[in-house]
Design a protein around this ligand. Structure first.
Ligand code: GRF
Length: 287
């Protein structure tokens, strides 16, 4: 359970201990102070006493934990935590107070034409920044793009990605907020998907749910579309969940499949659609 919490909150074991202490001490202070105040008020009816007590505890608890979090060095965690609870309860509007940009990591394994378009779109942006390129293939063209564009690149290896920490530390160190898959050929480990729940999107070169799933990438998709005699194909931008090409679809765009199309000619048309829409959809999502 503690390990689950630690991952959910993205904190170290030591920090988790301090957070639990803060909860415990803050909770005790709240209970103690609320009782003292109730004694001073000397309310007679039981039901009124209970209602006032609940209101007092609700008001005092955030103050108490915030105060206790200061000596424990957990002030910034608790400010965010209480703001989140307040937002969930509808008490605090979902403000984005920070002026810092949303940091994107692009995961790619190949040439990186989509990556290039995304970089171009956000080069001047103050709100969205391509902060990291993650790649599993040392020969991938996307690494050259990263070098040319002066964007840090992280070359990852299988063992650590699938059986280690999935590079979560590196992503955290670089304050990555959002992950964009652009031709990344490895399935993501569950730990990464959970750490970035609803914050990972992918682009697929066909109209999902058709022509998706394991082994359906690159030319194989277009060959299957042509072999099935489809009259149209397109692109699907979707959230990433634990199954291949399965998460909720965010956006689709269509194009015709022509009589004499080959996988190459269809791929070109699909690429043009991807370049036109992927950067814009990312911007709309993060705005
Ligand atoms: C794109 O066709 C995308 O749909 C798929 O992988 C391809 C990546 O192309 N997921 P590129 O490396 O961005 O040129």
């Amino acid at each position: 359970m503690f390990e689950k919490l630690r991952k959910k909150w993205k904190v170290t074991g030591w920090q988790l201990m301090l957070i639990i202490f803060t909860f415990a001490v803050g909770g005790s202070i709240t209970g103690f102070a609320a009782k003292k105040i109730m004694n001073l008020l000397s309310v007679q009816q039981d039901w009124l006493w209970a209602i006032l007590y609940i209101i007092l505890v609700t008001l005092l608890w955030p103050l108490a934990v915030i105060l206790v979090s200061i000596p424990f060095g957990q002030f910034s965690f608790f400010i965010k935590y209480i703001r989140k609870i307040g937002q969930k309860m509808g008490l605090i509007p979902p403000l984005k107070l920070s002026l810092s940009p949303v940091n994107i990591a692009i995961f790619a394994s190949g040439a990186g034409s989509n990556t290039q378009k995304i970089i171009d779109r956000f080069r001047q942006s103050e709100k969205i920044r391509v902060a990291l390129i993650v790649c599993n293939n040392p020969d991938a063209g996307v690494l050259k793009i990263a070098a040319r564009e002066n964007i840090p690149a992280l070359l990852i290896e299988k063992e650590r990605f699938f059986r280690g920490d999935a590079y979560l530390n590196e992503l955290k160190e670089r304050n990555i907020d959002f992950i964009v898959l652009a031709g990344f050929l490895w399935k993501l480990p569950v730990s990464l998907i959970r750490a970035f729940s609803h914050k990972i999107i992918n682009i697929h070169p066909a109209l999902l749910p058709k022509y998706g799933g394991k082994g359906m990438y690159g030319h194989r998709v277009h060959e299957a579309v042509i072999a099935a005699g489809e009259k149209e194909s397109g692109i699907s931008i979707h959230y990433v969940d634990e199954l291949y090409d399965h998460g909720k679809i965010i956006f689709q765009a269509r194009c015709p499949v022509l009589e004499n199309d080959t996988a190459d000619s269809l791929a070109q048309r699909i690429h043009a659609l991807e370049h036109e829409h992927y950067p814009r959809v990312i911007e709309d999502l993060l705005k």
